[in-house]
Design a protein around this ligand. Structure first.
Ligand code: 6AU
Length: 369
């Protein structure tokens, strides 16, 4: 049982006022608006299924969790691919995308995995998570990558060609540092973009950044419906990190000391770390306003005792009910995969989970008022 930290007693709308991270504040408002604290773990095997599922279950959830690397047919196109189409569905139904990438390597590598490669995860996933086994540097490195990306994102590259004799002040003597933050979506180096002009004869080709008109992300060029969920604005541009502090699987090695180190890392990066993937609330100091998302959640079949026990999956996964996780352990959002995916009607099963998890939250805060 966690200690009775104030966040356990507060409503999500009230916590939205005090949350340190802008994306956490947004998510808490979304939860209040949709009366949902449900995350769907969309562990399906094709991009087509993923998009159909997101469209169907979108109204019931506040977070859609992906494992992009288990999805066949994932289209990596930055503007029209699977990430961009998910982002469009996220706007339409009002949910955030959480790529369950569990980064777990040295700082330099996790930066490249987050921002670069074919997937360019940071472009379409509002939230990612980190497995902190390599140490706190992984969190620092991801925070740095996000800050650099955000700095760049707020501007669009504009290209202009002028003919004439360039003046000497058109040139910048200091070349920019090279790295993943200087590559565009096609992987081309953008080194120096925004600062230098290069001369071809007397023609000057200039590229510069201009403020983007909308923080919408990724820049949406997909065709079709492009509406924004009513009642709330666009999510903020800031990306968020969840630290994997406790696992649902039997016999995992995340002991108390490890979990405590995760909490300390979160406190050191409050502007980037939204909270934890954990099995209980880890807020303990007055300044802790972290959010907790919890996997290993299933309900007994319909018609059976709602708070009864649920067997594991035979592969190490253990399950608890929303009532136990939200009501007793004090977490905020339940992450449900196969409990919904394997149902005959995933859409109505998602509604059953949404109402049960929301009821558990309401009775927690009501009991405590
Ligand atoms: O509901 P399930 O068992 O079908 O799916 C649970 C989902 C899977 C796991 O990769 C993930 O939650 N997960 C995580 C996460 C989210 O990081 C941590 C953990 O401790 N246990 C767990 O199952 O996609």
């Amino acid at each position: 049982m966690p200690t009775r930290h104030p966040t356990l007693l507060e409503t999500f709308s009230s916590r939205a006022q005090t949350a340190t991270h802008p994306l956490t504040a947004y998510l808490l408002r979304l939860m209040d608006l949709k009366a949902s604290n449900l995350c769907l773990s969309a562990d399906v095997s094709t991009a087509r299924e993923l998009l159909q599922l997101a469209d169907k279950v979108g109204p019931s959830i506040v977070v859609l969790k992906t494992h992009h690397d288990v999805v066949s047919g994932w289209d990596f196109h930055p503007h029209t691919g699977t990430g961009a189409r998910l982002a469009q569905l996220a706007r339409k139904h009002g949910f955030l995308i959480f790529e369950d990438r569990k980064f777990g390597d040295i700082g330099h590598t996790v930066q490249m995995q987050y921002v670069g490669g074919s997937a360019r995860i940071i472009d379409w996933a509002h939230i990612v998570n980190v497995n902190m086994v390599p140490g706190k540097a992984a969190v620092t490195a991801l925070a740095e990558a996000e800050a650099k990306w955000r700095e760049r994102y707020q501007y669009e590259v504009k290209t202009s060609v002028t003919v004439g004799t360039p003046r000497s002040d058109t040139f910048d003597e200091q070349p920019e540092e090279s790295g993943w933050w200087n590559t565009d979506e096609e992987g081309q180096n953008r080194e120096g973009v925004g600062r230098k002009g290069s001369i071809v004869s007397v023609t000057t080709l200039t590229q510069h950044y201009e403020s983007a008109t909308s923080p919408r992300f990724p820049r949406d060029e997909t065709k079709g419906e492009d509406c924004l969920y009513a009642g709330i604005d666009e999510p903020p541009i800031e990306r968020g990190l969840l630290i994997l502090a406790q696992m649902s699987s039997a016999g995992n090695f995340m002991n108390r000391e490890y979990t405590q180190a995760c909490v300390e890392a979160a406190r050191e990066h409050r502007r980037f770390v939204m909270g934890f993937v954990s099995q209980e609330s880890l807020n303990s100091e007055p300044d802790d306003h972290f959010i907790h998302m919890t996997p290993g959640c299933q309900l007994p079949p319909e018609g059976e005792e709602e708070n009864g026990t649920v067997a594991g999956d035979g592969l190490g996964q253990r399950y608890n009910t929303p009532q136990k996780l939200i009501g007793l352990c004090g977490t905020d959002i339940v992450i449900v995969g196969r409990g919904i995916l394997k149902a005959g009607d995933p859409q109505s099963e998602a509604e059953r989970y949404r109402t049960t998890a929301w009821k558990a939250y309401l009775s927690r805060v009501t009991k405590n008022t």
